[in-house]
Design a protein around this ligand. Structure first.
Ligand SMILES: Nc1ncnc2c1ncn2[C@@H]1O[C@H](COP(=O)(O)OP(=O)(O)OP(=O)(O)O)[C@@H](O)[C@H]1O
Ligand SMILES: [Mg+2]
Length: 237
């Protein structure tokens, strides 16, 4: 089996169960947008994939079972993760951050990073902590790509970005898609998902409530009403 297969995934923080039987499949090279309201469990699913929360069920990436694997074993399988917090090392320069993210023999070199994100080359000697939110997002993404993933899990990349910067980040994600990198794109609204024409999975109360084409979701007013906030509807941005 190729891609990521998730079946009946449950996850807990301590005694509190947050994911209640998630089913989701991401094929090689496919972009899937995971949307839902605040607190619906989207980030928890990302953390579960990366081995960062306690979970049970069946989850495989390219046939390798992920449940029970430690985070440092999961990333080398080819899964990159850009958390909500956009982890960059603030005291290190842009260039140093990129070098640290590099895996041996990566197909994504520093030159690639600079080609995809020209602003990072301009800011190469600047400390990451001094970058704007959009620049930090690009650096976090470039660092993740330097790890040579075939699937990128990216949590709310557009959060807090001005529309113009958001469009830039979206263009970068589109470029990745063209390179055949699969993506789980977590958003609150379908802003970037629409630009990528991603398949859509809607999460509500820790389970997937809709999974299909954006056009199908557009015609399903009940799903939008029940599981997405007004601003998350397919037709608003
Ligand atoms: N570290 C944690 N410890 C305990 N509970 C948590 C923790 N992180 C999240 N939760 C709870 O798990 C539920 C799902 O949170 P999650 O972060 O997955 O939601 P989300 O869909 O990413 O929403 P948002 O990013 O808008 O907060 C929420 O009820 C949240 O309060
Ligand atoms: Mg979240």
């Amino acid at each position: 089996m190729s891609g990521l297969h998730i079946e009946n995934l449950c996850a807990w923080y301590g005694a509190a169960q947050v994911l209640h039987g998630v089913h989701l499949r991401i094929d090689e090279g496919e972009a899937v947008a995971l949307v839902g309201r605040n607190g619906s469990g989207r980030s928890t699913l990302a953390k579960a994939i990366m081995g960062l929360v306690r979970c049970a069920g069946d989850m495989r990436f390219r046939d390798v079972p992920l449940i029970g694997l430690r985070p440092h074993r999961i990333a080398p399988l080819g899964i990159g993760y850009v958390p909500e917090t956009r982890d960059v090392f603030p005291a290190l320069t842009v260039r140093e951050n990129l070098v640290l993210g590099e895996s041996k023999g990566t197909r994504f070199t520093q030159d690639d990073a600079f080609r995809l994100f020209p602003v990072l080359e301009e800011r190469a000697s600047v400390k990451a902590g001094a970058l704007s939110g959009g620049e930090q997002q690009m650096l976090a993404l470039a660092r993740t790509l330097a790890g040579d993933p075939s699937l990128v899990v990216i949590d709310e990349p557009g959060e807090g970005l001005a529309p113009q910067v958001l469009a830039q980040v979206a263009a970068c994600l589109a470029a990745l898609r063209e390179r055949g990198i699969a993506m789980l794109l977590i958003e609150e609204r379908l802003t970037i998902a629409r630009m990528l024409d991603a398949r859509v999975a809607v999460m509500g109360h820790g389970a997937i409530r809709f999974d299909g084409a954006m056009e199908t979701l557009r015609q399903d007013a009940a799903v939008t009403r029940q599981w997405l906030s007004v601003g998350g509807s397919v037709d608003s941005g």
